[in-house]
Design a protein around this ligand. Structure first.
Ligand code: NI
Length: 266
């Protein structure tokens, strides 16, 4: 094995018919493990189905996505907290964070849900999976305020500036998740990534969203992780193997308790 997809919504309805084939295709590309960030109460069941069917490959994480923070968010958080208190072990809390792109109606509630979930991460000593769409500054200030030596996590789908990256690195224990956007022409993420030490990066697809070039616009799959890794290698002028090795080490460090879950990930 080589690669880990640290962020895929494999439980989404877009994979309902062929998740097994998607996993097989990814394994064939040496993508050996898939971390599944929950979205809301409706995605939990399918996520558990995959986690139980592929215990060494599909690793569940539990949380409430900011786009699902509505009037009923307290009720949703209560459902998620109950799961956390149960028997099942989760690799992280997420997907959580702030999304200012689509709708600002529940901004206050999004901030509240973020704070609550960060405290859970501290309590259970597992990383936070942060969604920061058009909200990096607010997310960063909440994390800085609540930061703790036991708090770790990933700024998922990182597309910020070098200055933002330096802020993330200053927190200690936080990584930046790099996905398909790094391959998009004009996005400029590759130029920033070129300047961020590899030790702070993990790979992700965020599938079914954000398929890398040349698949942009179609359904994304974990099998495309090597395309993302290759773009990072090109941007930094290093080998694909080096990107694979270091980002996999980083993912294992981040998700410590699951590092040895898979025999494929060696
Ligand atoms: Ni996501």
């Amino acid at each position: 094995m080589k690669f880990i997809d640290t962020h895929t919504h494999l439980f989404s309805t877009q994979f309902l018919d062929d998740a097994e084939a998607v996993i097989e295709r990814a394994l064939a590309q040496e993508v050996g493990q898939f971390y599944l960030p929950n979205v809301d109460k409706n995605s939990i069941e399918r996520m558990y189905y995959l986690a139980d069917k592929y215990p060494n490959q599909c690793i569940p994480m539990i949380g409430l996505h900011p786009c699902s923070v509505k009037e009923d968010y307290k009720e949703q958080l209560a459902i998620i907290e109950k799961e956390l208190e149960g028997e099942r072990i989760f690799a992280g809390i997420g997907e959580m964070g702030l999304d200012y792109h689509w709708d600002l109606t529940f901004k206050k509630e999004q901030l509240d849900a973020l704070r609550i979930q960060i405290e859970w991460a501290k309590k259970y000593e597992i990383p936070v999976i942060l969604h920061t769409r058009e909200s990096f500054d607010d997310t960063f200030s909440v994390i800085s305020e609540l930061n703790h030596e036991r708090l770790t996590g990933v700024f998922h789908c990182f597309t910020g500036s070098l200055e933002d990256a330096e802020k993330v690195m200053s927190l200690g224990g936080f990584y930046m998740g790099i996905g398909g956007v790094v391959t998009f022409k004009n996005a400029g993420v590759d130029k920033t990534v070129a300047q961020i030490p590899l030790e702070h990066l993990v790979l992700e697809t965020d599938s079914p969203y954000l398929a890398p070039t040349p698949h942009r616009g179609s359904r994304n799959e974990s099998m495309h992780i090597p395309l993302i890794a290759q773009k990072i290698a090109d941007a930094k002028g290093i080998s694909l193997d080096e990107v694979a090795k270091v980002t996999t080490q980083n993912a294992r460090q981040l998700f410590k308790s699951f590092a040895n879950a898979s025999k494929i990930v060696s």
